[in-house]
Structures are given as structure tokens and as C-alpha cells.
Design a protein around this ligand. Structure first.
Ligand code: GS8
Length: 217
């Protein structure tokens, strides 16, 4: 039975999982959830994720939510298929993948998400972007990326000289960030910029990015 992902391609967290599916060349079904109609707050979807957020995965009788937990499950379950995202044959490399996936979740995401929200989501809701939130978040993201710049001077990717789930998790938010004036925070750091150009040009992500349209852009 094919994997069923409930979500929408324009959502960063859904796209994170879709990118993982494509890296693993898996068959899946994307079941659309209409956020604008509030479908994610209705009982059928709340039964899949009681927090009322996309995405959710169904794999037979297993239901999961939280995009990063879903990608970890998929990468582990299909470790022998497609690209190895978790370095499952090397304990030390696998541990470094975990370290940098945690960094994305706890350092990178909290800094980047408000920037993307203010520039791209707020206007869709009829609000104008709050410049003070943008400025504070760009400063915070810059400090995180200073650390990435040093790291990426020594290794090609975050966990080592191999692309992994740690890099993949950064793709959707950074893709949207690069469409905003705050893209300079990446472009000003040469190793971060080269890393971004490398990971965003992988065929698996390019396929997903085609569906990542915000307000028609
Ligand atoms: C966040 C899910 C999330 O914010 C994850 O899956 O990684 N930590 C979770 N989903 C957003 C769409 S973002 O792409 C969502 O469902 N927003 C609607 C809402 O919160 O009401």
C-alpha cells in the first residue's frame, strides 16, 4: 500500500517530507488538505494530528505527524532504497546527521520561520510585514549562519562530506527565504551560499519546488 501524505505542496513542512519521498524514489499519494477552508481543524484531520497541523502520514495502520519525525521514519524504513539520507552503516556519521537535524529544528527553524511568515504569509492574510520581527529574526538567523559558515568551510555538507537528512530539512524554508529581501543573509556567506546552491539543485527538491507557490509567485 502506498504511503499517504496529507498536506499541501506549498507548505514547508509538507515539502520537507515530499523531498524525502523523492530522494528515496518512493510511490506515494499526496492527499490535499485545504488550509484556507480550515480542513486541518476539522475532526477527520484532527484524528490524524490532534494539533491540527499539516503534514500527517499514513503508512498502513500507522499514522504519524511532525514532518521531521516522518522523514526519519521514512529514511529508516527505506534505508536500502534510493539515496541513504541517514548514513545507517556508519554510527558516527549517523550521529552527526542527528546533531545537525537537531540544529535545524532548534536553531535554524525558529530564526527563519518568522521571516518567511512576515514576508510571504502575512500579506496573504491582508497584514503588512512587521519590520521589527523581520529585523530581529534576520539578526538571529545571521548568528546561526555564522556558525554554518565555519562548519561548511571544513565539510561540504552539515553532517560531513555527504548530503543527508540534516541538509534536506533546511530546503523548504530556505527556498522561500531566497525569494525575499532577506536572501542576503545567505548570499553574504560564501560557503553557506555554495551549500545552498548545491542542495537546492538536487533533482528531488527541484521536483518539489515546482509545487511551492505562494500567492501565485
Ligand atoms: C509544524 C507543522 C506546521 O507548522 C512539523 O510538521 O514539522 N513542527 C510541525 N504546519 C503548518 C503548515 S507549515 O508548513 C500548519 O499546518 N499551519 C496551520 C496551522 O497551524 O493552523
Amino acid at each position: 500500500m502506498a504511503l499517504k501524505l496529507y498536506g499541501t505542496a506549498m507548505s514547508t513542512c509538507t515539502s520537507r517530507v515530499l523531498t524525502c519521498f523523492h530522494e528515496k524514489s518512493l510511490d506515494f499519494e499526496l492527499v490535499p488538505v485545504d488550509l484556507f477552508a480550515g480542513e486541518h481543524k476539522q475532526p477527520p484531520f484532527l484524528a490524524k494530528n490532534p494539533f491540527g497541523q499539516i503534514p500527517a502520514l499514513e503508512d498502513g495502520d500507522l499514522t504519524l505527524f511532525e514532518s521531521r519525525a516522518i522523514t526519519s521514519y521514512v529514511a529508516e524504513k527505506f534505508k536500502g532504497t534510493g539515496y541513504d539520507l541517514i548514513r545507517h552503516e556508519n554510527l558516527k556519521e549517523a550521529a552527526l546527521v542527528k546533531v545537525w537535524t537537531e540544529v535545524e529544528s532548534h536553531q535554524y527553524n525558529p530564526a527563519i520561520a518568522p521571516i518567511v511568515y512576515q514576508f510571504l504569509v502575512a500579506p496573504l492574510q491582508g497584514k503588512s510585514p512587521d519590520q521589527s520581527i523581520i529585523d530581529a529574526s534576520v539578526e538571529k538567523l545571521g548568528k546561526v549562519l555564522d556558525i554554518y559558515e565555519v562548519r561548511l568551510t571544513g565539510t561540504r555538507y552539515l553532517a560531513g562530506d555527504f548530503y543527508s537528512l540534516a541538509d534536506l530539512h533546511h530546503l523548504p524554508y530556505t527556498y522561500y527565504l531566497m525569494k525575499t529581501p532577506a536572501a542576503s543573509v545567505v548570499n553574504e556567506r560564501p560557503h553557506v551560499k555554495a551549500w545552498w546552491e548545491d542542495i537546492s539543485s538536487r533533482p528531488a527538491f527541484k521536483k518539489v519546488a515546482e509545487g511551492m507557490k505562494f500567492g501565485g509567485k
